[in-house]
Design a protein around this ligand. Structure first.
Ligand SMILES: *Cc1c(COP(=O)(O)O)cnc(C)c1O
Length: 424
């Protein structure tokens, strides 16, 4: 084993350190495996209940009327995530698009959007109009309020109550930390927040940005009272096989609003050719629980490796997990770049290229991204990225298999060690 790691560029010192850390994680890993087992059965149950058959894998073209595979897949998603309905489409280009679609279709001029969990994900700043942008909610006369989390990560219930008013139509709750170092919200905590919001204003739509959260726990946000949950298919639920797409699941009326906005008033879910990629959506969903388990093991391993070397990590080495993201505060731009170079060098695709910080559309600071993925930009595949701003935190996620995630993390450590930025 040591020899093949050496052939891939991992020194004896780094390999042995990795083995020591891994040996301590047996019970964490078996807990992750049990969760995957449960979620695998949940997916199978949904597929069987809706009689997924070989005909579902035939594509449609043109208008895409009567596309059995597309319509059945949406029923499978709704069943699996405990929603009344779902919209699962290759025409939803990414997570940001899915979120923008859910917001733009369920809000009307004069309505107000509230984020009770602080600043939303960077790309949503332009969707909302926090940073002025063409086509934003602000341009349509939809206002925005935000209540930050308390210092200890708790909800500011008093502040939320004050911020809610007659115009508050939709409350957006981001589960994952995004490019922040706040804790990720568990489904249970999301449920507490929703109960509070609904006790003030029962009619408000509670939408959860579920990016990176699917299959990490046994329950999903709709089971905790959310009206809508939204995510990307090139993250968890696509299982690494979906080549594109996003989903919106939840209350029928809210999902239909999104469908009428995605296609056209009057057409809604009835159109949208699947162009022969539906099988990858089914197969990806089928694999997603075990893929997410591999990614979670990687995240736990990374937390344990880097925490013991003195780098602050969120979540920490022992905390429970509610998404697949691992933040490691690397404290310098050099260390951030070295970490990403290691992840890149361990990839199955493009391992020979060197990532560099760059300006990215939708992001305010330069961002460095490392990924050698089969699906471009897929972050259920092993990837690392971070904005070039203090405290130089890297956000690490994915890994279609635990073994690849492990190699990536060891390679990141190898690069830091070789640059004199980490030692033990
Ligand atoms: C990834 C992500 C998004 C945006 O998804 P893209 O597919 O990158 O557009 C939104 N919110 C959160 C929390 C995310 O992790």
């Amino acid at each position: 084993m040591e020899e093949i790691y050496r052939q891939l560029g991992i020194s004896k010192k780094v390999f042995q350190y990795g083995q020591e850390v891994e040996a301590l994680l047996e019970s964490r890993f078996s807990e992750i495996d049990r969760n995957a087992e449960y979620n695998q059965l949940k997916v199978l149950k949904a597929m069987q209940a809706h009689k997924v058959s070989a005909e579902c894998f035939m594509g449609s073209s043109g208008y895409g009327y009567n596309d059995l595979g597309r319509d059945t897949l949406e029923e499978v998603y709704a069943h699996c995530f405990c929603g009344e309905a779902a919209l699962v489409r290759p025409q939803i280009t990414c997570g940001t698009h899915a979120l923008a679609l859910a917001l733009l279709s369920n809000l009307r001029p004069g309505d107000e959007l509230l984020s009770p969990v602080g600043k939303p994900y960077d790309t949503l700043e332009e969707v909302i109009g926090i940073r002025p942008s063409q086509g934003s909610l602000a341009e349509y006369g939809i206002t925005y309020r935000q209540v930050d989390l308390l210092e200890d990560g708790g909800f500011d219930y008093e502040g939320i109550k004050k911020a809610m008013n007659a115009r508050t139509k939709l409350v957006a709750i981001q589960r994952s930390k995004g490019y922040q170092t706040r804790p990720t919200l568990s489904v249970e905590r999301i449920g507490e927040l929703i109960r509070f919001v609904k006790s003030i204003h029962p009619g408000v739509i509670c939408m959860v940005d579920n990016c990176y959260g699917e299959f990490v726990e046994k329950r999903e946000p709709l089971e905790a009272g959310a009206d809508l949950m939204v995510g990307s298919l090139i993250k968890n639920p696509g299982g690494g096989l979906a080549p594109v797409g996003g989903y919106i699941a939840g209350k029928k009326e809210c999902v239909e609003n999104a469908a009428y906005r995605l296609t056209s008033p009057g057409l809604g879910k009835e159109v949208g050719a699947s162009l022969g990629i539906t099988q990858s959506f089914y197969q990806g969903l089928f694999l997603a629980p075990t893929v997410v388990a591999g990614a979670l093991k990687g995240a736990v391993f990374a937390a344990n490796i880097y925490e013991s070397l003195g780098f602050p990590v969120v979540p920490n080495s022992t905390e429970s997990r509610h998404d697949i993201i691992q933040a490691v505060t690397l404290k310098s731009p050099e260390a951030l770049v070295a970490f990403c170079k290691g992840i890149q060098a361990a990839a199955p695709v493009d391992s020979h290229v060197t990532p560099e910080p760059w300006a990215m559309p939708g992001y305010d600071d330069d961002v460095i991204m490392a990924a050698g993925a089969f699906v471009q930009g897929s972050s259920i595949e092993l990837s690392a990225d971070g904005p070039l701003r203090p405290p130089y935190a890297v956000y690490f996620q994915g890994g279609l298999t635990w073994y690849h995630a492990k190699l990536g993390i060891l390679m990141s450590l190898q690069k830091l060690y070789e640059a004199g930025l980490a030692d033990w």
